[in-house]
Design a protein around this ligand. Structure first.
Ligand SMILES: *[C@@H]1O[C@H](CO)[C@@H](O)[C@H](O)[C@H]1NC(C)=O
Ligand SMILES: *[C@@H]1O[C@H](CO)[C@@H](O)[C@H](O)[C@H]1NC(C)=O
Ligand SMILES: *[C@@H]1O[C@H](CO)[C@@H](O)[C@H](O)[C@H]1NC(C)=O
Ligand SMILES: *[C@@H]1O[C@H](CO)[C@@H](O)[C@H](O)[C@H]1NC(C)=O
Length: 785
């Protein structure tokens, strides 16, 4: 986290790279195409950064400059010139620099140099007069001494008269010197100005010895707290309201669309604060983003961003399949579309009828849950009239019993339509149609698996071969006592290495949890299903717990330390041997990252078949301290990425009904034998946040290859919405363990969940909008962990 890379691609590298990112707002100045005047002042000094006022003796001016004074300037002063060739130079030690100043109609163009190299011509002209604007910035420099020099060209848009160049302040991103960066950091300083392959040995497909690869490429522009693949070309990234580099309508953005091919980032407007929301696709393909945070004021100026209370928000992102993401918007209308009750850290799960079950959370932002703020209920979107609820929340005793460490409960929709839930040390099967809970054996050895003792979980692949027998896997977390106050918990308390696995039928429940051990302990891991059925466990910390600013021995603000930098591969099909508790983990060494991924990290499978890893931000707002806000993206490539892969040719149907057989065409790899192993994986790539992969799902389809042409593959949709809740999915054909790229399909009839207008109208009539904002009276809302 010592190295930043916000908009380096466009500024430093040649203009061809800039064209590739043309659909982004990647200059950090204003959103292209936006004419919205802004009163927002982007000047912000992240923790760990240092501001130097224009009057600092460390800043050297040459030529003729003049001082101006105003309460609206940083330190009440600003220095300006209108003389051609007047210049300012500033030598700093660190990894990045930001230049703040005014913009307006009389401002002109200047040339910016870093360490003697021309970087960019910057035009401070603006139709609207603004103060404390971020005129230029550059991050991701190798840690050390650098010199910024700005030379005035004198030129000015639309005028023959000289323009103005001014300096209000410089903010230096100090970063962490390599020797301070922690034992896990390499001493060598990588040059991250260009995308970097960290693969220990570059795979050479011609040799047939393919290995895992790791590449750092792209930056997310907004911090990646939440991640979901929305189309074959884009992922959506959702953050909280904070001082992100990517801007929209003149203020920092808190959501973006990430182009998986070009790595360009497009800011996405959000009305309310989405910290920390959950999400799922519905049966008709619309993505919902649910819950969040109050407006944050007091501690940071992010309330200036104009966001709304997000605690009851249901945000709609309608299907967005255009490669340009034109017209893809996040829609909010709290008057008509919202939850009945406020929720922070709720889990959102698509269930067997294609609707969303919204589970638990806390009624306001905080840290570890407690009885005062707990929201031990579920509600549905769209709201349902069941169990007498008439659209209002339904009590769930499990969420009372599992206090305190029970936020972001783990949940999976099971192939009989019921829902598995785990929270803290307990687990149940909840039958939503009868509103009954069936208690399951407690998770062994006192391991807690939900926030802030965060583990991760997956429903293992479902297959017609064993009649879709459900099995769950929980990994990591912590055995720390969740009744302890923060000052008795340390960032150095060890995480748990335990995985617990159980078959969820009567025999399996009677047999109880199988206990396994990951090679390394992890809290906040992410578990990612691959089309092969294997599972990549990545990200997380070896000690501490989730959140920031709560425990002793914080590192920066992080409650966790000892980042685990190497992922592991889990093979669910390997036999279980209680004497060999790590036996299902591959001994093959995977490439190690150099980027700690702690609290607020994410990982997902992509349509290409590789794994996108992003995020880490154990901080209140954008920060430059150790374990600062991380924007870099990494890509783990399984060996199959560089092997000859099967390809799906011709048209793949856009929709596949339950039990419906359709034909698709596949080109087998030349190496496939006549008795090649053929599987077709239908996958939900899920909605990932806070180690929750609730909607991630792999269902193998009944499939047969024509023996005559060995090209026509007949596949049959899953039997019903219990096995695969209706909604979008991705089809990967897996031949002898090598998957094709994924193709998007809609499973079911695409119609989406039934809307019960009586329940909806009752919810709107009986419950108030933005209850938290309305009831705010203690004047001490930080809502931030
Ligand atoms: C970049 O975007 C601008 C504004 O939308 C457009 O005029 C221009 O043609 C685009 N350039 C490329 C290379 O796509
Ligand atoms: C500015 O500097 C350039 C390069 O040294 C020089 O050619 C030019 O004459 C100068 N212009 C003025 C107005 O000083
Ligand atoms: C899907 O259903 C939701 C809930 O009724 C609705 O708001 C949304 O507009 C629907 N989307 C499509 C694409 O029909
Ligand atoms: C419960 O949690 C809230 C939010 O973190 C906190 O403000 C409150 O003090 C807690 N109450 C108790 C009794 O611990």
């Amino acid at each position: 986290m010592a190295f930043r890379s916000f908009f380096v691609v466009c500024v430093l590298v040649a203009s061809s790279a800039c064209n590739a990112t043309n659909n982004s707002a990647w200059n950090g100045h204003i959103t292209p195409g936006s004419t919205t005047p802004s009163t927002f002042t982007p000047y912000y000094v992240p923790p760990g950064a240092k501001s130097y006022d224009s009057s600092s003796p460390l800043i050297h001016y040459s030529g003729k400059w003049t001082d101006s004074f105003s309460a609206a300037y940083v330190q009440k002063s600003l220095r300006w010139t209108s003389h051609t060739n007047a210049s300012v130079s500033f030598t700093f030690t660190g990894t990045g620099i930001e230049w703040f100043g005014n913009s307006g109609r009389s401002h002109g163009i200047s040339d910016v140099y870093v360490d003697g190299h021309f970087v960019q011509s910057v035009d401070a002209w603006s139709a609207v007069r603004n103060k404390q604007q971020r005129t230029f910035w550059k991050f991701n420099l190798p840690y050390g001494k650098h010199t910024l020099k700005i030379i005035h060209t004198g030129k000015r848009q639309g005028s023959n008269r000289n323009g103005i160049l001014d300096v209000d302040a410089f903010v230096v991103t100090k970063g962490v010197a390599p020797q301070e960066a922690g034992s896990s950091q390499p001493a060598a300083q990588p040059d991250l100005l260009h995308s970097q392959s960290l693969s220990t040995s570059a795979p050479d497909p011609s040799v047939g010895q393919s290995k895992w690869t790791l590449v750092q490429k792209g930056t997310t522009g907004v911090h990646a707290m939440q991640l979901a693949i929305v189309s074959s070309t884009h992922a959506i990234i959702v953050d909280k309201v904070e001082h992100n580099p990517l801007t929209i309508s003149g203020h920092p953005a808190w959501a973006a669309l990430y182009d998986l091919n070009t790595h360009a980032v497009t800011p996405l407007a959000m009305q309310s604060n989405s910290f920390c929301a959950g999400g799922t696709f519905l049966g008709n393909g619309t993505l919902i983003n649910v819950g969040g945070n109050p407006v944050v004021d007091g501690y940071t100026s992010s309330a200036d961003f104009g966001d709304l209370d997000g605690l009851q928000a249901v945000r709609l992102f309608e299907p967005c399949d255009s490669d340009s993401v034109d017209g893809c918007v996040m829609y909010e209308n709290h008057a008509r579309i919202r939850m009945a009750s406020p929720r922070w850290y709720n889990t959102v799960l698509r269930i067997s009828d294609g609707s969303a079950m919204i589970i638990g959370g806390s009624k306001k932002g905080g840290w570890i849950n407690n009885a005062t703020v707990n929201n031990p209920t579920i509600e549905y979107f769209p709201p349902k009239s069941i169990h007498g609820s008439n659209g209002l929340p339904i009590d769930l005793q499990f969420l009372v019993d599992t206090l305190a460490s029970n936020l972001f409960p783990i949940a999976f929709s099971l192939p009989d339509g019921t829902v598995f839930m785990a929270a803290n040390r307990d687990a149940i099967i909840y039958n939503w149609q009868t509103n009954t809970e069936r208690k399951l054996p407690q998770i062994p050895n006192g391991v807690r698996v939900t926030y802030p003792m965060t583990g991760t979980a997956l429903l293992l692949p479902l297959s017609p071969d064993n009649n879709y027998m459900p099995e769950v896997l929980l990994c990591g977390g912590s055995t720390i006592d969740d009744t302890k106050p923060g000052y008795e918990i340390s960032s150095q308390d060890p995480a748990s290495a335990q995985c617990s696995r159980m078959v969820l039928n009567d025999d399996g429940i009677a047999a109880g949890w199988q206990v396994e051990q990951m090679p390394q302990a992890r809290t906040m891991p992410d578990a990612v299903l691959l089309p092969t059925g294997q599972i990549l466990i990545v990200n997380g910390a070896g000690s501490g717990i989730s959140g920031y600013g709560n425990v002793v021995n914080q590192v920066g603000a992080s409650n966790a330390d000892n980042p685990v930098l190497t992922p592991v591969l889990y093979n669910p099909y390997a036999p279980y041997d209680p004497n060999e508790p790590s036996g299902r983990f591959s001994a093959e060494s995977l490439p190690s990252s150099q980027i700690p991924r702690l609290y607020h990290s994410v990982a997902t499978l992509t349509p290409n078949g590789d794994i996108m890893v992003a995020g880490s931000n154990p901080n209140l707002d954008r920060s430059e301290v150790k374990y600062g806000t991380e924007y870099r993206v990494e890509w783990f490539g399984p060996p199959y990425m560089t092997m000859e892969r099967p390809t799906l040719t011709g048209d793949v149907p856009k929709m596949i009904g339950f039990g419906e057989s359709v034909q698709i065409n596949v080109n087998l790899p030349s190496t496939a034998s006549s008795n090649a192993d053929i599987k077709v994986a239908l996958m939900d790539l899920g909605y990932v946040t806070h180690a929750i992969h609730a909607n991630s799902r792999l269902v193998y389809l009944v499939a047969s290859l024509s023996t005559s042409d060995r090209k026509t593959l007949t596949i049959t949709g899953p039997p019903d919405g219990n096995v695969y809740p209706p909604g979008p999915g991705w089809i990967y054909t897996v031949i002898d363990g090598v998957p094709s790229k994924g193709v998007k399909v809609m499973v079911g009839d695409g119609k989406g969940p039934v809307v019960d207008n009586t329940a909806l109208e009752n919810l709107l009539a009986q419950t108030a909008v933005d209850q938290h904002e309305a009831s705010k009276n203690d004047g001490n809302e930080d809502g931030s962990e």
